[in-house]
Design a protein around this ligand. Sequence first.
Ligand code: NAG
Ligand code: NAG
Ligand code: NAG
Ligand code: NAG
Ligand code: NAG
Ligand code: NAG
Length: 250
Amino acid sequence: MNFIMKPLLIFILLVVCVQVAPKTDFQCGCVIYTSLPFMEKNADCSQSSANMKCLAQLGLSSLNLSDTRLRKVPDLNDPGFRAIKELNLSGNNITELADWKFGSMEELLFVNISHNKLTSLPNKEPLSIKMDLSYNQLEDMTDLVPLIKAKVILIGNSWHCMCNNSLVKQMYRKFPSFMENNIVCKKDDQLEPFAMHCHEIINNTENLEPNATIASRVLIVSIIILFVISTIYLLLKYFFDFFFSPRPQG
Ligand SMILES: *[C@@H]1O[C@H](CO)[C@@H](O)[C@H](O)[C@H]1NC(C)=O
Ligand SMILES: *[C@@H]1O[C@H](CO)[C@@H](O)[C@H](O)[C@H]1NC(C)=O
Ligand SMILES: *[C@@H]1O[C@H](CO)[C@@H](O)[C@H](O)[C@H]1NC(C)=O
Ligand SMILES: *[C@@H]1O[C@H](CO)[C@@H](O)[C@H](O)[C@H]1NC(C)=O
Ligand SMILES: *[C@@H]1O[C@H](CO)[C@@H](O)[C@H](O)[C@H]1NC(C)=O
Ligand SMILES: *[C@@H]1O[C@H](CO)[C@@H](O)[C@H](O)[C@H]1NC(C)=O
């Protein structure tokens, strides 16, 4: 029995291993490899010239176009790119993004566009995916508005910090740690952290609050106090009525 079972088991194990093991091959000018556990296909086209039409046929879930001398985001409108979750465009010469959409990639979760030449960002809609924007040439602080609630990496950009600008003050008041952790300001030929560069507005944060928000807070607090007082009153009234009011005899 053992004599037959052992080789059979080993054979079955081998077949399973070969099926499950990640495969690597060369297609469309890129290295294509599968990743576990769902056997997703990834294309690593780093430092090579990819055939995009060909790649679109593969049903990829990640695409690495880093260091491929791109000057703009390539055409990614083919529906074959729909399942891509991760796009790597780092180390290119991309100077602008038209919007936050990357062709037909509807399931995109992360884009790495670090080490490019981006000088501005789309500022219509908020960014909803994770993005590495480090080491670009971003400098206009109005570009920060769509990023403020997103997961972004911004190191390696030197911002033109307008400390006295009302938008900047507002962003600082609402998201102080975002500003302090992500923004490095240009100062003459040097760089200075936001907190140091704009210490005047930081020192005066308490005075930045517009009267409207103060008024609405006062209103909310008053309503809560009123509610608590009336609840206590009603409870006490009920308590006294129950125990101390004369009961009808009968
Ligand atoms: C390309 O990017 C993928 C993920 O985006 C990464 O796993 C891979 O190591 C990268 N390749 C190179 C050569 O950097
Ligand atoms: C970007 O463009 C410059 C000038 O055209 C060139 O010298 C440089 O090698 C390019 N860099 C990349 C990463 O393609
Ligand atoms: C993207 O490409 C760069 C350069 O090839 C690499 O260092 C990085 O690990 C890649 N992956 C991600 C997730 O950015
Ligand atoms: C993005 O790519 C750069 C290489 O240009 C790499 O150093 C960095 O770690 C990548 N970012 C992330 C979040 O993986
Ligand atoms: C910012 O504005 C205030 C008054 O509005 C002024 O006193 C201050 O000097 C300004 N600071 C800078 C850095 O321009
Ligand atoms: C303002 O901030 C600077 C730097 O953080 C600090 O040295 C200074 O004492 C502060 N001034 C006031 C009035 O709080």
